[in-house]
Design a protein around this ligand. Structure first.
Ligand code: NAD
Ligand code: GDD
Length: 328
């Protein structure tokens, strides 16, 4: 039997980080998690969990230890359209996420850790290629000349470039994936940071029979949504491969927000109408281009969207019921 591998997951109190910790545990790793907060759904199984602020270089110095084989950097100040596209959180997003990224990769270098993972985003792609909802372009090589539509996207692009410099100058295998709207159980579903899949599931679950569901924009904007299990599968396959990216990890099953809402309503079995209202919209169209991941990893996400939405709708319904029981 080989030596047990040790990993650090930064952002383990969050959605994808929590799922990643559990996946690494299933694979036999020893895992340390770090985050500003506990994983709120209480099912993250790290061997050691440290509450710490990665904006503080002293904290990073303590959690990134030289005995680690791998570091996964998922900590970020992030949210859905209601958080990243209003402009109100731009300085926090830039300052907080950039500091975490700067400290973590520098400490990886100092401690001589050879392999790491950085979670970038589809938000790095130029706005000009995402104006037509039916024909968005998000191939990896379309990232430059850069023109992301949000400061969140610019920070992600800066940090991709930061990790790439450590790859070039210090020979660290810094792997990079660009996630496309990841959803599923244990994801943020209320409070203002939730993304469309969770927000729409919550609105449908809370709606009275015969009522309506509010959707931001005209609903013609398109997206693809990837269930978190496949995101984690993609991360692990990338880490085990000799390819480093940047590479898209996303679904290529594009759907309009209106059709997505109709799907959730259908799953709920309720009789509901859709009310389109003004709201932060982001780009008009976005879909993951999976040619590169398929070519380099011999694998691409393939689970049907509806399967993930059914699971997520049920999980959010359960959260609402639990909250009602506690409030009663
Ligand atoms: P999340 O918000 O659930 O998790 C991020 C975690 O980082 C949070 O628990 C937060 O407390 C933690 N964090 C923030 N600042 C920190 C700090 N200073 N010190 C320590 N911890 C800190 O988000 P997620 O959906 O799990 O996303 C994980 C990563 O993937 C993020 O980098 C995000 O930008 C990226 N990403 C996610 C998506 C998506 O659709 N979920 C899409 C593209 C990119
Ligand atoms: N959040 C949310 N809530 N979005 C809604 C709602 C709602 O109630 N109703 C309609 N939408 C629309 C938004 O206006 C947007 O056009 C679309 O649904 C998708 O919104 P989000 O899921 O919130 O964000 P996004 O896809 O634009 O961007 C997200 O994904 C990126 C990666 O693909 C963000 O989470 C980014 O931070 C992330 O990097």
């Amino acid at each position: 039997m080989g030596k047990q591998k040790k990993a650090l997951v930064c952002g383990a109190g969050g959605f994808i980080g929590g799922h990643l910790v559990n996946r690494l545990k299933e694979e036999g790793y020893w895992v340390r998690g770090v985050d500003l907060k506990e994983n709120e759904f209480g099912n993250m199984n790290a061997d050691e969990f440290i509450i710490g602020d990665l904006r503080d270089a002293d904290v990073v110095e303590k959690v990134v230890t030289s005995d680690l084989d791998e570091v996964y950097q998922l900590a970020a100040d992030m949210g859905g359209a209601g958080f990243v596209f209003t402009g109100d959180n731009d300085s926090d997003i830039m300052h907080n996420s950039a500091l975490c990224n700067l400290h973590v990769i520098e400490e990886i270098k100092k401690k001589g850790i050879e392999k790491s993972f950085y979670s970038s985003s589809a938000c790095i792609y130029p706005e000009r290629n995402q104006l037509d909802p039916d024909n968005p372009m998000c191939s990896e090589d379309s990232a430059y000349p850069a023109d992301p539509d949000s400061e969140y996207g610019w920070e992600k692009l800066f940090s991709e470039r930061l990790y790439l410099t450590y790859r070039r100058n210090h020979n660290i295998d810094a792997k990079i994936a660009r996630f496309h709207n990841i959803f599923g159980p244990q994801g943020t579903w209320e409070g203002g940071r939730e993304k469309a899949p969770a927000a729409i599931c919550r609105k449908v679950a809370e709606a009275e029979e015969g009522g309506s569901v509010e959707v931001w924009g005209d609903g013609k904007q398109t997206r693809s949504f990837l269930i978190v299990d496949e995101c984690v599968e993609g991360i692990r396959r990338l880490m085990e491969s000799d390819f480093s990216g940047p590479v898209n990890i996303g679904s290529d099953e594009m759907i309009s927000i209106q059709d997505f809402t109709k799907m959730v309503i259908d799953i709920s079995g309720k009789d509901l109408s859709i009310k389109n209202i003004e709201g932060p919209e982001g780009v008009k169209g976005r879909n993951s281009d999976n040619q590169l991941i398929d070519e380099k990893l011999g694998w691409a996400p393939s689970k049907p969207l509806r399967e993930g939405v059914e699971k997520t709708y049920q999980w959010i319904l359960d959260q609402i019921r639990q909250r009602e029981t506690v409030d009663a």
